[in-house]
Design a protein around this ligand. Structure first.
Ligand code: CP
Length: 315
């Protein structure tokens, strides 16, 4: 594996999940694999989990870690080919990616969707700019359209907690005051299509994700119906794909409540975090024994460690 761009870079999902769970049991088992290697983590957006779990994963492998908050600290980057750079951007990704490649052995990049221009976001110009011009492996730490480290984490977490071979998993849209990207939902949908799961998406009309991602996954516009007998409820907001980046509906009745959880098969509650309490999901649900969001966040380390291990073993 040269880059970890999306979950399509996972060659054998059951094998990867099994290996991540083994790493979790003995996280220092490869503590010299990354000796004298350096990972650079570039953040164009805020982060708590991705930043710290990826650092922790690298440290568990004996790597050196350099972190840079690009926005506000780095030069403003240009991505276009042949651009006459007489406007605000000071440096082209062509130089930036090559320069970073001399300082690091692996690069992680976080660059969210701007939610202004769908084609621009879905072209993944920032992540692809680094992948195309870096001479080292690049890891997606949440790009405009994908969050594959989160999706691998989610697969590990569902595998750990499932009580049946084919659990019912419901991805439920929830209200949110701000327009959020589709990256987490997109990667989770892609992951559920690769797992053995009875998978349903529920959201209000107008919040359909890209059809090239959802493919044949059933969509139920009736949330309570979708939640019936669920083993896992993954709650997440995303902004509209068709009316791109718009909050066309913030209907509070889509919040996950205790009453709704009672429709499920004693389901586990998942969320990638950060989560807006009592907007997305009620306190009583988030604080219940059915909530596995903290353990889910813990698994971010082992997902990242597995990806780094695979890259280091190849190099
Ligand atoms: N889930 C996730 O990616 O969290 P952060 O945005 O805090 O990294």
């Amino acid at each position: 594996m040269n880059n970890y761009f999306s979950i399509q870079d996972i060659d054998s999902l059951p094998g990867w999940v099994e290996e991540a769970i083994a790493i979790k049991k003995n996280p220092l088992s490869n503590k010299t694999l990354g000796k004298d290697k350096t990972i650079g983590l570039l953040f164009f957006n805020p982060s708590l989990r991705t930043r710290l779990s990826t650092q922790k994963a690298a440290l568990n492998l004996g790597m050196n870690v350099m972190v840079m908050n690009f926005t506000g600290e780095g030069w403003s980057l240009e991505y276009g080919d042949g651009t006459i750079m007489d406007q605000g951007n000071s440096e082209h990704v062509k130089e930036a990616a090559q320069v970073v490649s001399q300082y690091c052995d692996i690069l992680g990049v976080r660059a969210f969707a701007k939610l202004e221009d769908r084609d621009d976001d879905y072209s993944e110009k920032v992540l692809n700019g680094f992948i195309n011009h870096a001479s080292i492996p690049v890891i997606n730490m949440e790009s405009a359209t994908r969050h594959p480290l989160q999706a691998l984490t989610d697969a590990i977490t569902i595998t750990e907690y499932k009580k049946t071979d084919k659990p019912k998993v419901v991805l439920s849209w929830a209200p949110h005051p701000k327009a959020l990207p589709q990256a987490v939902a997109n990667s989770f949908v892609e992951m559920m299509q690769r797992m053995d799961a009875d998978f349903v998406i529920t959201h209000p009309v107008g919040f359909e994700l890209a059809s090239q991602i959802t493919k044949q996954v059933p969509i139920d516009y009736n949330q309570e119906n979708a939640l019936k007998d669920a083993d896992f409820v993954y709650v997440k907001n995303w902004s509209a794909y068709q009316e791109y980046g718009k909050v066309i509906n913030d209907d509070p009745s889509w919040k996950i409540t205790n009453k709704k959880m009672k429709l499920t098969n004693d389901a586990k509650l998942m969320h990638c975090l950060p989560v807006r309490r009592n907007v997305v999901v009620d306190d009583v649900v988030l604080d219940s024994n059915n909530s596995i969001v903290i353990e889910q966040a813990n698994n971010r380390t082992y997902a990242a460690q597995l990806v780094l291990k695979k890259i280091l073993e190849k190099s």
